[in-house]
Ligand binder design. Structure first.
Ligand code: NAD
Ligand code: UGA
Length: 457
Protein backbone atom coordinates (compact mmCIF):
# COMPACT_ATOMS: atom_id res chain seq x y z
CA UNK A 1 0.00 0.00 0.00
CA UNK A 2 1.24 3.50 -0.82
CA UNK A 3 0.17 6.69 0.84
CA UNK A 4 -0.72 9.18 -1.89
CA UNK A 5 -1.27 12.86 -1.18
CA UNK A 6 -2.47 15.65 -3.41
CA UNK A 7 -1.77 19.25 -2.39
CA UNK A 8 -4.48 21.45 -3.91
CA UNK A 9 -8.03 20.04 -3.94
CA UNK A 10 -9.40 22.09 -6.84
CA UNK A 11 -10.83 21.21 -10.26
CA UNK A 12 -7.89 18.91 -10.94
CA UNK A 13 -6.76 17.71 -7.51
CA UNK A 14 -10.19 16.62 -6.24
CA UNK A 15 -11.38 14.67 -9.30
CA UNK A 16 -7.93 13.16 -10.00
CA UNK A 17 -7.65 11.79 -6.50
CA UNK A 18 -11.20 10.45 -6.65
CA UNK A 19 -10.32 8.53 -9.83
CA UNK A 20 -7.07 7.17 -8.36
CA UNK A 21 -8.87 6.11 -5.15
CA UNK A 22 -11.55 4.32 -7.18
CA UNK A 23 -9.05 2.42 -9.31
CA UNK A 24 -6.43 1.74 -6.64
CA UNK A 25 -8.35 0.53 -3.58
CA UNK A 26 -5.07 -0.76 -2.10
CA UNK A 27 -3.71 2.82 -1.77
CA UNK A 28 -4.70 5.46 0.76
CA UNK A 29 -5.43 8.74 -1.06
CA UNK A 30 -5.70 12.13 0.64
CA UNK A 31 -6.38 15.56 -0.90
CA UNK A 32 -5.47 18.62 1.16
CA UNK A 33 -6.05 22.32 0.61
CA UNK A 34 -5.38 25.60 2.37
CA UNK A 35 -8.99 26.59 1.77
CA UNK A 36 -11.05 25.13 4.65
CA UNK A 37 -14.38 25.92 2.95
CA UNK A 38 -13.30 23.87 -0.07
CA UNK A 39 -12.32 20.91 2.08
CA UNK A 40 -15.58 21.14 4.05
CA UNK A 41 -17.45 21.03 0.73
CA UNK A 42 -15.50 17.95 -0.42
CA UNK A 43 -16.54 16.29 2.84
CA UNK A 44 -20.21 17.24 2.37
CA UNK A 45 -23.03 16.29 -0.01
CA UNK A 46 -22.51 19.56 -1.88
CA UNK A 47 -19.13 19.16 -3.63
CA UNK A 48 -17.25 22.37 -4.45
CA UNK A 49 -17.34 21.77 -8.22
CA UNK A 50 -19.99 20.47 -10.61
CA UNK A 51 -18.71 17.68 -12.82
CA UNK A 52 -20.88 14.88 -14.29
CA UNK A 53 -20.26 11.59 -12.45
CA UNK A 54 -18.17 13.16 -9.69
CA UNK A 55 -20.73 12.92 -6.87
CA UNK A 56 -21.17 9.15 -7.20
CA UNK A 57 -17.43 8.60 -7.60
CA UNK A 58 -16.57 10.54 -4.44
CA UNK A 59 -19.39 8.89 -2.49
CA UNK A 60 -18.03 5.41 -3.33
CA UNK A 61 -14.49 6.00 -2.03
CA UNK A 62 -14.81 8.77 0.56
CA UNK A 63 -14.05 7.49 4.06
CA UNK A 64 -12.79 4.17 2.62
CA UNK A 65 -9.51 5.09 0.91
CA UNK A 66 -10.25 8.69 -0.11
CA UNK A 67 -9.95 11.51 2.42
CA UNK A 68 -10.07 15.32 2.34
CA UNK A 69 -8.25 17.35 4.95
CA UNK A 70 -6.77 20.72 5.88
CA UNK A 71 -4.01 19.12 7.97
CA UNK A 72 -1.35 19.61 5.30
CA UNK A 73 1.69 19.16 7.56
CA UNK A 74 0.70 15.75 8.95
CA UNK A 75 -0.27 14.35 5.57
CA UNK A 76 2.96 15.54 3.94
CA UNK A 77 4.94 13.61 6.52
CA UNK A 78 2.85 10.45 6.04
CA UNK A 79 2.92 10.47 2.22
CA UNK A 80 5.13 8.38 -0.09
CA UNK A 81 3.98 10.15 -3.25
CA UNK A 82 2.87 13.80 -3.33
CA UNK A 83 0.97 15.18 -6.32
CA UNK A 84 1.01 18.98 -6.42
CA UNK A 85 -2.03 20.47 -8.09
CA UNK A 86 -2.10 24.04 -6.82
CA UNK A 87 -3.09 26.90 -9.11
CA UNK A 88 -0.51 28.48 -11.42
CA UNK A 89 -2.23 31.65 -12.64
CA UNK A 90 -0.76 34.30 -14.91
CA UNK A 91 1.53 36.68 -13.04
CA UNK A 92 -0.08 40.07 -12.41
CA UNK A 93 2.99 41.94 -11.17
CA UNK A 94 6.69 42.49 -11.82
CA UNK A 95 8.75 40.78 -14.52
CA UNK A 96 6.59 38.85 -17.00
CA UNK A 97 3.34 40.38 -15.68
CA UNK A 98 0.39 39.41 -17.91
CA UNK A 99 2.20 36.44 -19.47
CA UNK A 100 4.50 34.43 -17.20
CA UNK A 101 3.13 31.87 -14.74
CA UNK A 102 2.91 33.01 -11.12
CA UNK A 103 4.84 30.27 -9.36
CA UNK A 104 4.54 31.58 -5.80
CA UNK A 105 1.97 28.93 -4.71
CA UNK A 106 4.05 26.27 -6.31
CA UNK A 107 7.26 27.33 -4.54
CA UNK A 108 5.46 27.71 -1.20
CA UNK A 109 4.28 24.13 -1.58
CA UNK A 110 7.81 22.88 -2.31
CA UNK A 111 9.13 24.57 0.82
CA UNK A 112 6.26 23.21 2.85
CA UNK A 113 6.99 19.67 1.62
CA UNK A 114 10.60 20.06 2.65
CA UNK A 115 9.76 21.48 6.06
CA UNK A 116 7.34 18.72 7.04
CA UNK A 117 9.06 15.68 5.54
CA UNK A 118 11.02 13.18 7.60
CA UNK A 119 11.36 10.58 4.82
CA UNK A 120 12.23 10.63 1.08
CA UNK A 121 9.34 11.18 -1.33
CA UNK A 122 8.30 11.34 -4.95
CA UNK A 123 6.91 14.77 -5.82
CA UNK A 124 4.67 14.85 -8.88
CA UNK A 125 4.02 18.02 -10.87
CA UNK A 126 0.32 17.82 -11.70
CA UNK A 127 -0.18 21.57 -12.16
CA UNK A 128 0.64 23.01 -15.59
CA UNK A 129 4.07 24.60 -15.35
CA UNK A 130 6.67 26.33 -17.50
CA UNK A 131 9.26 23.97 -18.93
CA UNK A 132 12.21 23.48 -16.54
CA UNK A 133 10.19 24.16 -13.36
CA UNK A 134 11.22 20.70 -12.15
CA UNK A 135 14.80 21.91 -12.02
CA UNK A 136 13.86 24.68 -9.60
CA UNK A 137 11.89 22.14 -7.57
CA UNK A 138 14.89 19.82 -7.37
CA UNK A 139 17.10 22.67 -6.24
CA UNK A 140 14.70 23.76 -3.49
CA UNK A 141 13.97 20.23 -2.27
CA UNK A 142 17.33 18.51 -2.58
CA UNK A 143 19.65 21.20 -1.22
CA UNK A 144 18.49 20.45 2.31
CA UNK A 145 20.31 19.74 5.54
CA UNK A 146 17.98 16.86 6.48
CA UNK A 147 19.75 14.33 4.27
CA UNK A 148 16.47 13.69 2.43
CA UNK A 149 16.25 12.88 -1.29
CA UNK A 150 13.22 13.86 -3.40
CA UNK A 151 12.52 12.67 -6.95
CA UNK A 152 10.53 15.03 -9.16
CA UNK A 153 8.20 13.60 -11.77
CA UNK A 154 6.09 15.53 -14.27
CA UNK A 155 2.59 14.15 -14.86
CA UNK A 156 0.50 16.89 -16.48
CA UNK A 157 -3.28 16.57 -16.55
CA UNK A 158 -5.22 16.61 -19.83
CA UNK A 159 -8.80 16.42 -18.49
CA UNK A 160 -11.35 18.84 -19.87
CA UNK A 161 -13.97 20.26 -17.53
CA UNK A 162 -17.45 18.86 -18.04
CA UNK A 163 -15.99 15.49 -19.07
CA UNK A 164 -13.26 15.22 -16.43
CA UNK A 165 -14.25 11.84 -15.02
CA UNK A 166 -14.69 10.24 -18.44
CA UNK A 167 -11.37 11.75 -19.60
CA UNK A 168 -9.51 10.37 -16.61
CA UNK A 169 -11.16 6.94 -16.61
CA UNK A 170 -10.41 6.51 -20.29
CA UNK A 171 -7.56 8.87 -21.23
CA UNK A 172 -6.10 9.19 -24.73
CA UNK A 173 -2.76 9.06 -22.97
CA UNK A 174 -1.10 9.57 -19.62
CA UNK A 175 2.18 11.44 -19.76
CA UNK A 176 4.92 10.84 -17.21
CA UNK A 177 8.32 12.52 -17.39
CA UNK A 178 11.32 11.94 -15.17
CA UNK A 179 15.05 12.14 -14.82
CA UNK A 180 17.05 9.57 -16.75
CA UNK A 181 18.87 8.47 -13.55
CA UNK A 182 18.16 5.13 -11.82
CA UNK A 183 16.21 6.83 -9.02
CA UNK A 184 14.44 9.11 -11.52
CA UNK A 185 13.36 6.07 -13.52
CA UNK A 186 12.23 4.27 -10.36
CA UNK A 187 10.06 7.26 -9.53
CA UNK A 188 8.58 7.26 -13.04
CA UNK A 189 7.83 3.54 -12.66
CA UNK A 190 6.03 4.15 -9.34
CA UNK A 191 3.67 6.60 -11.10
CA UNK A 192 3.29 4.29 -14.13
CA UNK A 193 2.25 1.52 -11.70
CA UNK A 194 -0.57 3.68 -10.32
CA UNK A 195 -2.07 4.47 -13.75
CA UNK A 196 -1.49 0.95 -15.06
CA UNK A 197 -4.23 -0.17 -12.64
CA UNK A 198 -6.79 1.08 -15.18
CA UNK A 199 -5.01 2.60 -18.20
CA UNK A 200 -3.69 0.26 -20.93
CA UNK A 201 0.13 0.31 -20.78
CA UNK A 202 0.49 1.47 -24.41
CA UNK A 203 -1.37 4.66 -23.53
CA UNK A 204 1.12 5.55 -20.80
CA UNK A 205 3.88 7.61 -22.38
CA UNK A 206 7.14 8.16 -20.55
CA UNK A 207 9.53 10.96 -21.52
CA UNK A 208 12.23 13.13 -20.04
CA UNK A 209 11.09 15.86 -17.62
CA UNK A 210 11.32 18.76 -20.04
CA UNK A 211 9.37 17.05 -22.84
CA UNK A 212 6.59 16.24 -20.41
CA UNK A 213 6.39 19.77 -19.01
CA UNK A 214 6.46 21.35 -22.48
CA UNK A 215 3.99 18.90 -24.07
CA UNK A 216 1.23 20.07 -21.74
CA UNK A 217 1.58 23.71 -22.84
CA UNK A 218 1.84 22.65 -26.47
CA UNK A 219 -1.27 20.43 -26.32
CA UNK A 220 -3.35 23.33 -25.00
CA UNK A 221 -1.83 25.72 -27.53
CA UNK A 222 -2.72 23.36 -30.42
CA UNK A 223 -6.30 22.91 -29.19
CA UNK A 224 -6.84 26.64 -28.74
CA UNK A 225 -5.20 27.31 -32.11
CA UNK A 226 -7.84 25.16 -33.83
CA UNK A 227 -10.63 27.16 -32.19
CA UNK A 228 -9.00 30.47 -33.16
CA UNK A 229 -8.42 29.19 -36.69
CA UNK A 230 -12.06 28.24 -37.23
CA UNK A 231 -13.21 31.47 -35.57
CA UNK A 232 -10.98 33.49 -37.91
CA UNK A 233 -12.63 31.74 -40.86
CA UNK A 234 -16.10 32.39 -39.37
CA UNK A 235 -15.52 36.12 -39.89
CA UNK A 236 -14.78 35.48 -43.56
CA UNK A 237 -17.88 33.28 -43.88
CA UNK A 238 -20.08 36.10 -42.59
CA UNK A 239 -18.78 38.35 -45.38
CA UNK A 240 -18.91 35.87 -48.23
CA UNK A 241 -22.06 33.75 -47.84
CA UNK A 242 -20.05 30.61 -46.94
CA UNK A 243 -21.40 28.74 -43.91
CA UNK A 244 -18.90 27.90 -41.13
CA UNK A 245 -20.64 24.63 -40.21
CA UNK A 246 -20.35 23.42 -43.80
CA UNK A 247 -16.75 24.61 -44.08
CA UNK A 248 -15.77 22.96 -40.77
CA UNK A 249 -17.38 19.71 -41.90
CA UNK A 250 -15.71 19.81 -45.31
CA UNK A 251 -12.32 20.56 -43.78
CA UNK A 252 -12.65 18.27 -40.74
CA UNK A 253 -13.55 15.16 -42.76
CA UNK A 254 -9.97 15.15 -44.06
CA UNK A 255 -8.59 12.43 -41.80
CA UNK A 256 -5.33 14.37 -41.50
CA UNK A 257 -7.23 17.30 -39.97
CA UNK A 258 -10.06 15.59 -38.05
CA UNK A 259 -13.42 17.01 -36.94
CA UNK A 260 -12.83 17.91 -33.29
CA UNK A 261 -12.25 21.43 -31.94
CA UNK A 262 -13.61 23.00 -35.11
CA UNK A 263 -16.80 24.38 -33.57
CA UNK A 264 -16.89 28.12 -34.29
CA UNK A 265 -17.96 30.06 -31.22
CA UNK A 266 -17.99 33.38 -29.41
CA UNK A 267 -14.47 32.40 -28.35
CA UNK A 268 -12.70 29.96 -26.09
CA UNK A 269 -12.64 30.42 -22.34
CA UNK A 270 -11.62 28.42 -19.30
CA UNK A 271 -8.90 28.86 -16.76
CA UNK A 272 -6.12 27.40 -18.89
CA UNK A 273 -6.03 28.09 -22.64
CA UNK A 274 -5.24 31.78 -22.36
CA UNK A 275 -2.91 31.40 -19.39
CA UNK A 276 -0.99 28.47 -20.89
CA UNK A 277 -0.54 30.08 -24.32
CA UNK A 278 0.69 33.30 -22.72
CA UNK A 279 3.05 31.21 -20.62
CA UNK A 280 4.35 29.59 -23.83
CA UNK A 281 4.71 33.03 -25.41
CA UNK A 282 6.69 34.24 -22.41
CA UNK A 283 8.98 31.21 -22.53
CA UNK A 284 9.68 31.81 -26.25
CA UNK A 285 10.46 35.47 -25.56
CA UNK A 286 12.70 34.44 -22.67
CA UNK A 287 14.70 32.21 -25.02
CA UNK A 288 14.91 35.01 -27.64
CA UNK A 289 12.44 33.38 -30.06
CA UNK A 290 10.41 36.51 -30.89
CA UNK A 291 8.82 35.18 -34.11
CA UNK A 292 7.73 31.97 -32.40
CA UNK A 293 6.26 34.02 -29.53
CA UNK A 294 4.35 36.29 -31.93
CA UNK A 295 2.96 33.26 -33.80
CA UNK A 296 1.38 31.77 -30.66
CA UNK A 297 0.28 35.11 -29.22
CA UNK A 298 -1.92 35.57 -32.28
CA UNK A 299 -4.10 32.66 -31.06
CA UNK A 300 -5.04 34.72 -27.98
CA UNK A 301 -5.45 37.94 -29.96
CA UNK A 302 -7.81 36.22 -32.41
CA UNK A 303 -9.87 34.99 -29.46
CA UNK A 304 -10.17 38.51 -28.06
CA UNK A 305 -11.14 39.73 -31.53
CA UNK A 306 -13.87 37.10 -31.84
CA UNK A 307 -15.45 38.15 -28.53
CA UNK A 308 -15.32 41.84 -29.50
CA UNK A 309 -16.69 41.03 -32.97
CA UNK A 310 -19.68 39.23 -31.43
CA UNK A 311 -20.66 42.30 -29.39
CA UNK A 312 -20.14 44.58 -32.41
CA UNK A 313 -22.51 42.39 -34.43
CA UNK A 314 -25.10 42.73 -31.66
CA UNK A 315 -24.83 46.50 -31.39
CA UNK A 316 -24.77 47.03 -35.18
CA UNK A 317 -27.82 44.83 -35.69
CA UNK A 318 -29.79 46.53 -32.93
CA UNK A 319 -29.69 49.87 -34.72
CA UNK A 320 -26.29 50.86 -33.29
CA UNK A 321 -27.42 51.13 -29.68
CA UNK A 322 -28.23 48.74 -26.86
CA UNK A 323 -28.32 51.44 -24.18
CA UNK A 324 -31.30 50.90 -21.89
CA UNK A 325 -32.42 47.77 -23.78
CA UNK A 326 -33.03 44.54 -21.92
CA UNK A 327 -30.75 41.81 -23.26
CA UNK A 328 -30.98 38.20 -22.04
CA UNK A 329 -27.67 36.37 -21.91
CA UNK A 330 -28.14 32.59 -22.08
CA UNK A 331 -25.12 30.99 -20.42
CA UNK A 332 -22.40 32.11 -18.05
CA UNK A 333 -20.18 29.01 -17.89
CA UNK A 334 -17.18 28.90 -20.24
CA UNK A 335 -18.59 25.70 -21.77
CA UNK A 336 -21.51 23.34 -21.12
CA UNK A 337 -21.56 20.82 -18.24
CA UNK A 338 -19.54 22.93 -15.86
CA UNK A 339 -20.29 25.64 -13.32
CA UNK A 340 -16.86 27.19 -14.00
CA UNK A 341 -16.90 30.79 -15.25
CA UNK A 342 -13.16 31.45 -15.25
CA UNK A 343 -12.20 33.41 -18.41
CA UNK A 344 -15.71 32.72 -19.72
CA UNK A 345 -16.44 34.49 -23.02
CA UNK A 346 -19.97 34.96 -21.63
CA UNK A 347 -18.64 37.26 -18.93
CA UNK A 348 -16.42 39.12 -21.41
CA UNK A 349 -19.51 39.78 -23.56
CA UNK A 350 -21.41 40.77 -20.42
CA UNK A 351 -18.77 43.36 -19.42
CA UNK A 352 -18.65 44.91 -22.90
CA UNK A 353 -22.46 45.14 -23.10
CA UNK A 354 -22.47 46.87 -19.70
CA UNK A 355 -20.08 49.45 -21.15
CA UNK A 356 -22.72 49.92 -23.87
CA UNK A 357 -25.22 50.46 -21.03
CA UNK A 358 -27.48 47.52 -21.86
CA UNK A 359 -29.78 46.17 -19.12
CA UNK A 360 -28.56 42.61 -18.73
CA UNK A 361 -30.29 39.49 -17.43
CA UNK A 362 -28.02 36.46 -17.11
CA UNK A 363 -29.31 32.90 -16.94
CA UNK A 364 -27.42 29.61 -16.52
CA UNK A 365 -28.42 26.26 -15.00
CA UNK A 366 -25.30 25.88 -12.81
CA UNK A 367 -22.97 28.85 -13.05
CA UNK A 368 -24.86 31.87 -11.70
CA UNK A 369 -23.14 31.82 -8.30
CA UNK A 370 -19.66 31.77 -9.86
CA UNK A 371 -20.68 34.40 -12.43
CA UNK A 372 -21.80 36.76 -9.68
CA UNK A 373 -18.46 36.36 -7.89
CA UNK A 374 -16.40 36.73 -11.09
CA UNK A 375 -18.24 39.85 -12.23
CA UNK A 376 -17.27 41.66 -9.00
CA UNK A 377 -18.68 45.19 -8.82
CA UNK A 378 -20.34 44.74 -12.25
CA UNK A 379 -22.63 42.10 -10.71
CA UNK A 380 -24.72 44.92 -9.18
CA UNK A 381 -25.75 45.95 -12.71
CA UNK A 382 -26.83 42.46 -13.81
CA UNK A 383 -30.04 40.57 -12.98
CA UNK A 384 -29.34 36.88 -12.25
CA UNK A 385 -32.27 34.69 -13.27
CA UNK A 386 -32.36 30.89 -13.18
CA UNK A 387 -35.42 30.63 -15.49
CA UNK A 388 -34.55 31.36 -19.16
CA UNK A 389 -38.20 32.16 -19.96
CA UNK A 390 -38.26 34.85 -17.25
CA UNK A 391 -34.89 36.14 -18.47
CA UNK A 392 -36.18 36.60 -22.02
CA UNK A 393 -39.50 38.19 -21.02
CA UNK A 394 -39.53 41.82 -22.19
CA UNK A 395 -36.06 41.51 -23.78
CA UNK A 396 -35.05 43.02 -27.11
CA UNK A 397 -32.46 40.32 -27.69
CA UNK A 398 -31.15 36.94 -26.57
CA UNK A 399 -27.49 36.01 -26.86
CA UNK A 400 -26.53 32.32 -26.57
CA UNK A 401 -23.14 32.25 -24.87
CA UNK A 402 -22.85 28.69 -23.51
CA UNK A 403 -23.85 25.56 -25.46
CA UNK A 404 -26.08 24.08 -22.72
CA UNK A 405 -28.41 21.62 -24.56
CA UNK A 406 -31.41 22.97 -22.62
CA UNK A 407 -31.13 26.29 -24.48
CA UNK A 408 -31.80 24.45 -27.76
CA UNK A 409 -34.90 22.77 -26.31
CA UNK A 410 -36.83 25.86 -25.18
CA UNK A 411 -40.21 26.91 -26.60
CA UNK A 412 -38.98 29.81 -28.73
CA UNK A 413 -42.49 30.55 -29.99
CA UNK A 414 -43.55 31.41 -26.44
CA UNK A 415 -40.27 33.26 -25.87
CA UNK A 416 -40.78 35.32 -29.06
CA UNK A 417 -44.29 36.29 -27.99
CA UNK A 418 -42.98 37.69 -24.71
CA UNK A 419 -40.15 39.75 -26.24
CA UNK A 420 -40.01 43.33 -27.50
CA UNK A 421 -40.24 43.48 -31.33
CA UNK A 422 -38.26 43.35 -33.50
CA UNK A 423 -36.78 40.45 -31.55
CA UNK A 424 -33.14 39.43 -32.06
CA UNK A 425 -31.24 36.22 -31.37
CA UNK A 426 -27.44 36.08 -31.48
CA UNK A 427 -26.29 32.47 -31.38
CA UNK A 428 -22.68 32.54 -30.15
CA UNK A 429 -22.54 28.73 -30.08
CA UNK A 430 -24.50 27.77 -33.21
CA UNK A 431 -26.76 25.40 -31.26
CA UNK A 432 -30.19 26.67 -32.36
CA UNK A 433 -32.33 25.88 -35.39
CA UNK A 434 -31.81 29.19 -37.15
CA UNK A 435 -34.31 28.68 -39.97
CA UNK A 436 -37.09 27.72 -37.55
CA UNK A 437 -36.35 30.79 -35.41
CA UNK A 438 -36.39 32.99 -38.47
CA UNK A 439 -39.79 31.64 -39.43
CA UNK A 440 -41.06 32.44 -35.92
CA UNK A 441 -40.19 36.08 -36.59
CA UNK A 442 -36.75 36.37 -34.97
CA UNK A 443 -33.86 38.20 -36.60
CA UNK A 444 -31.14 35.60 -36.29
CA UNK A 445 -27.39 36.20 -36.22
CA UNK A 446 -25.16 33.14 -35.86
CA UNK A 447 -21.39 32.75 -35.92
CA UNK A 448 -19.97 32.34 -39.43
CA UNK A 449 -23.35 32.43 -41.18
CA UNK A 450 -25.31 35.02 -43.13
CA UNK A 451 -27.89 36.75 -40.92
CA UNK A 452 -31.55 35.74 -41.32
CA UNK A 453 -33.58 38.89 -40.84
CA UNK A 454 -37.25 39.73 -41.29
CA UNK A 455 -36.62 43.32 -42.39
CA UNK A 456 -37.53 44.33 -45.94
CA UNK A 457 -34.29 44.93 -47.88
P1 NAD B 1 -8.08 25.43 -8.69
O1 NAD B 1 -7.91 26.87 -8.40
O2 NAD B 1 -9.44 24.86 -8.93
O3 NAD B 1 -7.44 24.58 -7.49
C1 NAD B 1 -6.19 24.84 -6.93
C2 NAD B 1 -6.30 24.62 -5.43
O4 NAD B 1 -5.00 24.72 -4.84
C3 NAD B 1 -7.17 25.65 -4.72
O5 NAD B 1 -8.24 24.99 -4.04
C4 NAD B 1 -6.21 26.35 -3.75
O6 NAD B 1 -6.82 26.71 -2.52
C5 NAD B 1 -5.16 25.27 -3.56
N1 NAD B 1 -3.87 25.77 -3.06
C6 NAD B 1 -3.15 26.85 -3.50
N2 NAD B 1 -2.00 26.94 -2.80
C7 NAD B 1 -1.99 25.92 -1.92
C8 NAD B 1 -1.07 25.48 -0.92
N3 NAD B 1 0.09 26.12 -0.70
N4 NAD B 1 -1.38 24.38 -0.19
C9 NAD B 1 -2.55 23.72 -0.39
N5 NAD B 1 -3.46 24.09 -1.33
C10 NAD B 1 -3.18 25.16 -2.08
O7 NAD B 1 -7.12 25.11 -9.92
P2 NAD B 1 -7.27 23.87 -10.95
O8 NAD B 1 -8.22 24.24 -12.02
O9 NAD B 1 -7.46 22.62 -10.17
O10 NAD B 1 -5.82 23.89 -11.60
C11 NAD B 1 -4.69 23.43 -10.91
C12 NAD B 1 -3.56 23.24 -11.91
O11 NAD B 1 -3.93 22.23 -12.86
C13 NAD B 1 -3.22 24.49 -12.73
O12 NAD B 1 -1.83 24.52 -12.96
C14 NAD B 1 -3.95 24.25 -14.04
O13 NAD B 1 -3.31 24.90 -15.12
C15 NAD B 1 -3.85 22.76 -14.20
N6 NAD B 1 -4.92 22.13 -15.00
C16 NAD B 1 -6.22 22.52 -14.84
C17 NAD B 1 -7.23 21.89 -15.58
C18 NAD B 1 -8.68 22.28 -15.45
O14 NAD B 1 -9.50 21.79 -16.21
N7 NAD B 1 -9.07 23.12 -14.51
C19 NAD B 1 -6.90 20.85 -16.46
C20 NAD B 1 -5.57 20.47 -16.58
C21 NAD B 1 -4.58 21.12 -15.84
C1 UGA C 1 -8.82 22.27 -21.99
C2 UGA C 1 -8.24 21.05 -22.72
O1 UGA C 1 -9.23 20.52 -23.61
C3 UGA C 1 -7.79 19.98 -21.73
O2 UGA C 1 -7.16 18.90 -22.41
C4 UGA C 1 -6.82 20.60 -20.73
O3 UGA C 1 -6.45 19.64 -19.75
C5 UGA C 1 -7.48 21.78 -20.05
O4 UGA C 1 -7.88 22.76 -21.04
C6 UGA C 1 -6.56 22.52 -19.10
O5 UGA C 1 -5.36 22.42 -19.22
O6 UGA C 1 -7.15 23.21 -18.28
P1 UGA C 1 -11.16 22.86 -20.88
O7 UGA C 1 -10.63 24.25 -20.89
O8 UGA C 1 -11.72 22.32 -19.63
O9 UGA C 1 -10.00 21.83 -21.33
O10 UGA C 1 -12.31 22.71 -21.99
P2 UGA C 1 -12.30 22.56 -23.59
O11 UGA C 1 -13.28 21.53 -23.95
O12 UGA C 1 -10.94 22.40 -24.13
O13 UGA C 1 -12.90 23.96 -24.06
C7 UGA C 1 -12.15 25.16 -23.91
C8 UGA C 1 -12.91 26.31 -24.54
O14 UGA C 1 -12.90 26.21 -25.96
C9 UGA C 1 -14.39 26.37 -24.14
O15 UGA C 1 -14.76 27.71 -23.92
C10 UGA C 1 -15.10 25.78 -25.34
O16 UGA C 1 -16.43 26.23 -25.44
C11 UGA C 1 -14.22 26.30 -26.46
N1 UGA C 1 -14.32 25.48 -27.70
C12 UGA C 1 -13.89 24.20 -27.70
C13 UGA C 1 -14.83 26.05 -28.85
O17 UGA C 1 -15.22 27.23 -28.85
N2 UGA C 1 -14.91 25.29 -29.99
C14 UGA C 1 -14.49 23.99 -30.03
O18 UGA C 1 -14.59 23.37 -31.10
C15 UGA C 1 -13.98 23.44 -28.86
Amino acid sequence: MASILCIGAGHVGGPTMAVIAENCPQHRVVAVDINPARIAAWQSDHLPIYEPGLDELVRRSRGRNLFFSTDIERHIDEADIIFVSVNTPTKTFGRGAGKAADLQYWEQTARQILEHSTSPKIVVEKSTLPVRTAQAMERILNFNDKGLKFDIVSNPEFLAEGSAIRDMQNPDRVLIGGRETPSGQQAVQAIVDIYAQWVPRERIITTNLWSSELSKLVANAFLAQRVSSINAISALCERTGADITEVAHAVGTDSRIGPRFLRASVGFGGSCFRKDILNLVYLCEHYGLQEVAAYWEQVVKMNEHQQARFVSTMVNAMFNTVAGKRVALFGAAFKANTSDTRESPALAVCRTLLEERANLVLTDPYALENARADLGHNAERVVFESDPYAAARGAHAIAILTEWPLFAELDYEAIHRAMVKPAFIFDGRNILDHRALHELGFNVYAIGKSPLTNFPS
